[in-house]
Design a protein around this ligand. Structure first.
Ligand code: FPP
Length: 269
């Protein structure tokens, strides 16, 4: 049977899509968008030109993910470290880019039934930016399709610290520390990502083999796909190639492979 190609895919995307098993798509994909600076440098442009070009990649990736019905996509837009260690001019530029993106993209997000969320220490962002973020979130809050989560001023270690604080606070409010329950379930429920399943696949662009303090708890069993493509050159077709690679991998979660399992239970019987 010929698989149906989702509406809106271009020819190259359709070609890769036909190699995918639509029943085994990842439920949550997380992306570390890296290489904007290198892309700009190669063109003898200022770093910020790379960030500007990166917005087109965000647009393409988000639309393709929604079209093939990925339930959740999370993008590492900037880390706590980026925000604290980069020159103010670059940070200001990124904030401006984000505000413009939010303003321009809301109609497209609505058209594609995408709900916008954020993770990170959002209260540390400039109040004007927070206001625009909240408006965009509200404007897309009733959409029922893909959840697009932007990680802004995000650090996984800070997130875990905040989760512990929130567990202790909740216990103090609900009958005292004797009633505090800590297990994997409760930690997950206090992370910023409580609205999401753990990612099945994490993609990093521009070749670096690091997690860079991104979703450390949530990525425990994720497949890692690193592509040399720089973020400003990444498009929907590259996302689909990442999914194709993911589908070739065998996921075991610490158990045995299916065929080994079969042998093991046969040996026991
Ligand atoms: C990494 O490249 C990228 C960033 C720190 C910023 C990512 C931002 C965007 C793609 C655009 C704005 C985002 C949204 C959601 C509208 P780098 O500068 O670390 O690259 P390098 O490692 O080559 O220097």
């Amino acid at each position: 049977m010929q698989a149906t190609i989702p509406a809106g895919l271009d020819r190259k995307e359709a070609e890769v899509y036909l190699r995918l098993d639509p029943n085994r798509l990842p439920k949550h994909i997380a992306i570390i968008m890296d290489g904007n600076g290198r892309w700009a440098k190669r063109r003898h442009l200022p770093r910020v030109a790379g960030h500007r070009a990166g917005v087109a990649s965000v647009r393409s990736t988000v639309e393709t993910a929604a079209r093939v019905k990925i339930p959740s996509l999370t993008l590492y837009a900037f880390s706590e470290e980026n925000w604290k260690k980069r020159p103010k001019s670059e940070v200001d530029f990124l904030m401006g880019l984000l505000c413009r993106y939010l303003k321009q993209e809301v109609p497209t997000l609505n058209k594609n039934n995408i709900r916008l969320e954020y993770i990170g220490r959002l209260h540390e962002l400039p109040p004007v930016v927070q206001k625009k973020m909240e408006e965009a979130r509200q404007a897309t809050s009733t959409n029922t399709g893909m959840v697009l989560t932007l990680a802004l001023n995000y650090s996984a270690r800070s997130e875990i610290v905040d989760a512990f604080r929130s567990i202790v606070d909740a216990a103090a409010r609900n009958g005292g520390l004797d009633h505090m329950e800590i297990d994997e379930e409760s930690v997950s429920r206090h992370l910023y990502t409580r609205h999401l399943p753990d990612p099945d696949l994490v993609i990093r662009t521009s070749g670096e083999m690091r997690l860079s303090n991104f979703l450390l708890w949530q990525l425990a069993y994720a497949e890692i796909y690193v592509t040399p493509t720089l973020w400003p050159e990444f498009r929907g077709v590259h996302l689909l190639e990442g999914i194709a690679e993911y589908q070739k991998r065998e996921r075991r979660y610490g158990g045995l492979a299916d065929h080994d399992h079969h042998h093991a239970s046969k040996a026991r019987s």
